[in-house]
Design a protein around this ligand. Structure first.
Ligand code: KG4
Ligand code: ZN
Length: 435
């Protein structure tokens, strides 16, 4: 199997060289060769599921290093994932109690080359055969972004490939279109460890920002609460991210045992705030620790109840702001009359409880809720490669021989309409958001 793969790869490389020299369209050549039953193509086609890249007009390698996941994937024109690989730094950061940027950078440096090679190997596509390389260059941790960008710039120079710089949040927003037909425009709620935002997506790089977090992101809040509760010492949660741990414990918790007030309930806009909520939780934890005589690192008896309250408060906050965004879109006619959609993505969108609460809002407003599976909600290389495909198709931001590409730790997304949303001061009708 290996040697026939190798042979096939060699033959495909030879074929690629010939196509380049003869200036022919690779797709036409591939089709002709297929008709002639050339062994190189037929043996690769025999790979079944992966299929043959030449049948697809474009194949993109995506590289992601913006935070704490080193990820790469090879995706073909119609959204077929040919190969992927990911190295998560979660375990290291759980031990140190948060992401230390120089440590994240070192780990990206140690793993990126292997991760890219693994994704390429799995795909059966050679670097020469790629149409382009797409890499996250913004926003994110400066030291982490730098590793992916420097590595990619070397690759594009060596293999003479076009480069597609990717905005991490744009990639989260577009992932769903790889899985199902979701036409522009649609409303998106992006919730992760670094972001919380609501936007109308009018095109691949055309976003109207309706609101964003004023302080921290929901994933960050959940991670910090989990850390404060010492959940890494909980036998069932020690390998989970903060958000996953909170979701797991909340399933058996009673949120009515602990009370937190909803953030920003008097602000009639679509912005978010989570730091006040976290302060309230901290106060509750301090009080309970005193009551139970708990030392640092020990678990409170009511961690499940606290988890359930935090998760519910976050879910309702997200749902109310999203409800207002839907009303604003209706008022301004920003979404299509038929099949309007809310897409929810980013790591926190893997939370089933949050999705179910959001579903109550979308059902009440005749909007369909769409969400990628958890694996594609959290950071991955597939979404970056797919964003590359989307940009190739639209002919946007594909750079040949780029000279000065810089990573951008902070990068806004789209045209900011937050002020208009605030001025509209739309009241959200009461909905029972209890599950
Ligand atoms: O999108 P992502 O992988 O990285 C960023 O771009 O930030 O999101 C990671 C965040 C973490 O804060 C993690 O705690 C959160 O997503 N997360 C969850 C769940 N799984 C991951 N939050 C709530 N519920 C989950 N099941
Ligand atoms: Zn992300």
């Amino acid at each position: 199997m290996r040697s026939s793969r190798c042979e096939a790869a060699q033959e495909r490389r030879a074929l690629a060289r010939w196509v380049r020299k003869s200036n022919l369209d690779p797709v036409c050549v591939a089709m002709t060769m297929r008709c002639l039953r050339v062994r190189a193509l037929s043996s690769v086609a025999a790979r079944g599921l992966h299929g043959h890249p030449w049948r697809e007009p474009s194949v993109v390698l995506g590289i992601e290093t913006s935070c704490d996941d080193t990820a790469a994937a090879v995706v073909a024109e119609r959204g077929r994932v040919l190969g992927e690989a990911l190295h998560s730094q979660k375990e290291t950061h759980l031990k140190t109690g948060g992401i230390i940027p120089p440590v994240a950078q070192r780990l990206h440096r140690e793993h990126l080359d292997r991760v890219v090679k693994e994704a390429m190997d799995n795909s059966g596509v050679s670097l020469n055969e790629l149409t382009a390389i797409a890499t996250t260059i913004k926003p994110g941790l400066a030291l982490s972004l730098r590793v992916g960008l420097e590595y990619s710039l070397k690759l594009i120079e060596q293999y003479e490939k076009p480069f597609i710089p990717i905005h991490h949040m744009e990639a989260h927003a577009l992932t769903i279109r790889m899985l199902q037909a979701v036409e522009f425009p649609f409303l998106v709620l992006l919730i992760s460890g670094g972001h919380s935002l609501l936007a109308v997506v009018r095109g691949v790089d055309d976003f109207l920002l309706l609101g964003q977090t004023l302080d921290e992101a929901p994933g960050d809040t959940l991670d910090k609460v989990a850390r404060r509760l010492s959940l890494k010492n909980h036998p069932a949660c020690c390998t989970m991210s903060g958000g996953e741990a909170i979701e797991y414990l909340a399933r058996t918790g009673n949120r009515l045992h602990v009370e937190i007030t909803q953030p920003m309930s008097r602000h009639l806009d679509c912005d978010f705030s989570f730091s006040g909520l976290r302060n309230q939780v901290n106060q509750i934890i301090i009080k309970k620790e005193k009551e139970e005589g708990i030392q640092s690192g020990q678990l409170l008896s009511c961690v499940n109840d606290i988890a359930a309250t935090v998760q519910h408060t976050v879910a309702v906050h997200l749902a109310r702001r999203t409800h207002r965004a839907i009303l604003f879109c209706k008022k301004e006619d920003l979404l299509p009359q038929s099949n309007p959609a809310l897409v929810v993505s980013g790591g926190v969108a893997s939370n089933e409880y949050i999705i179910k609460v959001l579903q109550i809002v979308t059902d009440a407003n005749g909007i369909s809720l769409k969400c990628p599976p958890p694996k594609l909600c959290t950071d991955n290389g597939i979404m970056i490669a797919w964003n590359g495909i989307e940009r190739l198709r639209a002919g946007i931001g594909v750079l040949n021989k780029p000279k000065t590409i810089r990573y951008e730790p902070k990068a806004p997304l789209g045209i900011n309409l937050s002020e208009q949303v605030r001025k509209a001061a739309l009241k959200v009708p009461h909905l029972k958001l209890n599950r």
